[in-house]
Design a protein around this ligand. Structure first.
Ligand code: 5GP
Ligand code: ZN
Length: 114
């Protein structure tokens, strides 16, 4: 756990989130400021700062995150399609420096952004 990391605190149950999935390695919860009608984040529980900080030993974990996206999307009404996004680094739009995969769709604000 990294000090002052909001997603580590969610993983540790220290701050609340609307979790939609959790196992020993990963969790998923609704984004607090959704940019679409459905918008959730798929997050490794272990602190990895960003995609740039991931290493070969994280390969299975990264695969797990990606495979969870369509499963959870389907369970949340996005069976016909959804968008995914991983922001990397401040210049890549990352604001929480704990790796996460955005999954969103179902109409709403994001449709007009792209
Ligand atoms: P980034 O900009 O790093 O790709 O995305 C971070 C996302 O985390 C943003 O969409 C933001 O709304 C979301 N977020 C930030 N803090 C919290 C929080 O405390 N709880 C939840 N559920 N989402 C958060
Ligand atoms: Zn963290």
């Amino acid at each position: 756990m990294s000090d002052n990391c909001i997603f580590c605190k969610i993983a540790a149950g220290q701050i609340p989130a609307t979790k939609i999935y959790e196992d020993e390695d990963v969790m998923a919860f609704h984004d607090i400021h959704p940019i679409a009608n459905v918008h959730f984040l798929v997050v490794p529980k272990r602190h990895i700062e960003s995609l740039q900080a991931a290493v070969a030993a994280d390969q299975a974990l990264l695969g797990k995150l990606l495979l969870l996206a369509p499963k959870l999307a389907g369970e949340h009404g996005l069976g016909e399609g959804f968008r995914t996004m991983i922001n990397t680094g401040a210049k890549g739009g990352q604001s929480v420096f704990h790796l996460h995969l955005h999954v969103f769709g179902g109409g709403g604000k994001a449709e007009s952004m792209m």
